[in-house]
Design a protein around this ligand. Structure first.
Ligand SMILES: NC(=O)CC[C@H](N)C(=O)O
Length: 376
């Protein structure tokens, strides 16, 4: 006999209400409701710091089947503010599983809800756009929960990277012979990213989000990297100025996701909020130089506003859009070249570290190494 399920309530900012069952920790939570279409990789999703303050709805109908292990997390904790699933696995089954997802959510105090028609919820978010949401196992009155949702923090204008960043610098050593040193600003970095660099002979110094240009130069870097991270790129100023100083000193730069948005801002472009964002592991992106299409992992709710077909003169060189998403033509990559056409810096909006996701975009780490080689 299993204990009767505890009811839980989900209320969206526009009043749409779903009734489900408590999943993970009991309690109440608020955040921006977003959906992720990945059929695998829930452990990487949960521990991706970019999901800070977001309630993630999984479109995969059955979640938790392979349990949780100590190898796959992308950071030290679960960052999602809440978790919405349709049908959780009652018994995880995988040779690597160490505990159940339900137990892990509970141990980390993450409030979730199950038994939700996640298809209906996702269609609603697609039609009406990402919005605030509340989940509660204690409030039974939707109107009262709605009031709290409306009083909760918005994602637009939120500056969150410092809240998730490391407080101390740490070093990820190069595997094999050390070839280069890179200063990586942790705006919410996923562990796989420095790992992908270390595999290529890069010693990665992961710096706090508050690092100054002097902190960056102190590690005598061959290149600079800005990671993914939560929040609104338009609400970030210090890191944009840091990047501009580095570009002014001709330091080669590579950025991923938030690092692409801040690169865009450093080059003078704006950013804007997408209606419901891209979150999943099968998003088609075209490299506009080679016209090759790659299938990629995404997690972004904002994007860079830059012209597709014309180059833009900036104080640091000539900037162009290098990649676009084939679903909606959103900018997925930027390049900066000097007057002779040589690559100086670049960034992508998607996730070449691919945790979780396909490895089509791994070449971008090789491109960074090539850039460091050319500069050496
Ligand atoms: N993964 C990321 O770096 C996300 C960047 C930004 N917070 C966005 O939602 O667009």
């Amino acid at each position: 006999m299993t204990a009767p399920a505890q009811p839980a309530l989900l209320v969206l900012e526009d009043g749409r209400t779903f009734h489900g069952e408590a999943y993970g920790a009991a309690g109440e939570t608020f955040g921006e409701a977003v959906f992720n279409t990945g059929m695998t990789g829930y452990q990487e999703t949960l521990t991706d710091p970019s999901y800070h303050r977001q309630v993630v709805v999984m479109t995969a109908p059955h979640v938790g089947n392979t349990g949780m292990n100590d190898e796959d997390p992308e950071s030290k904790r679960i960052w999602v503010a809440g978790y919405v699933v349709r049908d959780p696995a009652r018994v995880p089954s995988n040779w690597r599983s160490q505990r159940s997802l339900d137990d892990e959510l509970r141990a980390q105090g993450v409030v979730g809800i199950s038994g939700i028609d996640t298809r209906a919820l996702t269609r609603h978010l697609r039609e009406s756009g990402a919005m605030r949401v509340g989940i509660s196992t204690v409030e039974t009155d939707p109107a009262k929960l709605l009031e709290k949702v409306k009083a909760s923090a918005e994602m637009t204008g939120a500056n969150l990277s410092e809240a998730v960043s490391t407080s101390e610098t740490y070093v990820v050593e190069a595997q094999g012979e050390k070839r280069f040193t890179v200063a990586a600003l942790d705006l919410g970095i996923k562990d796989m990213t420095p790992y992908r660099m270390s595999e290529r002979g890069i010693e990665v110094h992961v710096l706090p989000a508050t690092a100054s240009i002097d902190d960056v130069l102190a590690v005598q870097p061959d290149g600079l990297f800005f990671s993914n991270g939560p929040g609104d790129p338009a609400a970030t100023t210090g890191q944009v100025e840091l990047l501009q100083e580095a570009l002014g000193r001709d330091l080669p730069y590579f950025g991923i996701c938030f690092g692409n948005q801040l690169f865009g801002r450093a080059l003078g472009f704006g950013t804007y909020k997408l209606k419901y964002g891209h979150r999943g592991i099968n998003q088609p992106v075209m490299d506009l130089t080679t016209r090759k299409v790659e299938v990629t992992a995404h997690n972004h709710g904002f994007a860079v506003d830059a012209p597709r077909d014309t180059a833009t003169e900036t104080p640091y060189g000539v900037a162009t859009v290098s990649h676009v998403c084939l679903n909606d033509d959103v900018v997925e990559g930027l390049e900066l070249r000097d007057g002779s056409g040589a690559l100086k810096s670049f960034s992508v909006q998607y996730h070449p570290e691919a945790a979780a996701g396909p490895h089509d975009a791994a070449y971008l780490f090789d491109r960074f190494v090539q850039l460091l080689e050319e500069k050496a």
